[in-house]
Design a protein around this ligand. Sequence first.
Ligand code: UD1
Length: 459
Amino acid sequence: MSSTSSSRIDLRDHVQDQDLSEEYLSSSSRDYSAGSSPLTTPALSDEEFDFDVPSEDALLAPTQAPADGSEKYIMVIGGLGYIGSHTTLELLREGHNVIVVDNLSNSYKTVLKNVRMLAAHHCKVNSVPMPRLRFFRIDYRSKAMHVLLERYSNLVMTVDATSGKQVVSYQSRIAGVIHFAAYKSVVESIQQPLRYYRNNVCGLVNLLQELERFNIRNFIFSSSATVYGSKANAGLPLKEEDLIHHQVKTQNEAGETTIVEPTIEGLSCPYARTKYFGEAILADVAEADPDWRIVALRYFNPVGCDPSGVLGESPRGEPTNLFPVLTQVLKGDRSNLNVFGSDWPTRDGTAIRDFIHVLDVARGHIAALNWNSKKGNGFSTFNLGSGTGTTVLEAVRSLEQAAGREIPLALVDRRPGDVGMCVASTERAAKELGWSTRESITKCAADLWNYVSKVALRS
Ligand code: UD1
């Protein structure tokens, strides 16, 4: 049974950029086959993005059957950002239909075009149909999100087992949601804590409520190794059980039960706390309602980009992370890299991080989605890291090798809030998700340099 309830929410109220408004407002040839009728949500378009110039690959990729209202989608919120765009691309390459929700606050419209082009190329080469890719430029916190979720839902009638009464509920065509849309600058979070809490925490709570309304309970959350706080400084690979949200009962070798209480240590900034609170909220939600299947993926240091050199990391503001700063130096936009701290207790005095190729991170999301659908149960956490520690200087050297030139450095004081070492234990992800990294730091550097050289050629 299809929804016939009417909605008063108009997406036009939420479109922020006139330049893009036609993506929502044009109403020709809509697919109203399921969910809601043209009368219920007149302004909502799920048209594929209209490209100025369709690529040859997009035209030649085998096409799929027309939509009949039964297709399943993965919704990627923040799907055009750095990790989001690579994950969207991998999902398409793996044959998933994708709905991208992004307000372009830290990404660009051209990213969608590039993702689609790369996916179409993959489909053409492998003679497989191109999955559906829908794009909605909306803020996931706006009321437009409700309209969008309704649009992808059917109303179904079931009989309540206890009362025998007929119950009407939503059945969504969105099989899972990956949520990337959070702010991630440590420095900014210290200057604007409320903005960070409003988006990363309040936004998450509202989103979960909205998803519950539509019976979508398969959720992947972008977390970060930052939740381990100063536990990272113990000098050991970080295990997921180093940060838990509820009591855990374990048995020691003698068979005695011990209870491990949740503890946190040295969360260094509001950004870190938003990720910690996000996880804690998700753990509570899953505890209260066992139908939820939630995975928090704790990223270590995602770097690199798709080997095509077409997708990369291009934050809108001033970059503060190591590789984006190095990119600026290579492009000539910055004279040198300031190395924050050369007195850490490490092999060359610079801090150690676990750099992981962004495509490995993207594949980690697909592994988590698959796992969640088959074995997911309540709230689970997984590290996405390589397990290998690389110093800042070693990372710089790998990029110098890829670029074939020296990167000017200045050794300066430690950055407030930094930890000396942060490396993942990879056991749980390997054992449970069957996922581990494929790429090395050398490959990360080579792909990044490929991207930088292509950007230089384009501009
Ligand atoms: C930080 C956050 C992490 C967050 C990530 C993405 C902490 C401890 N870490 O990671 O949670 O997910 O940002 O925003 O809060 N470096 C330089 N010069 C630079 C830039 C960086 O030497 O110009 C050094 C840093 O001091 C650090 C290493 O490079 O030792 C990596 O820095 P960065 O890329 O910012 O990532 P993290 O600090 O590890």
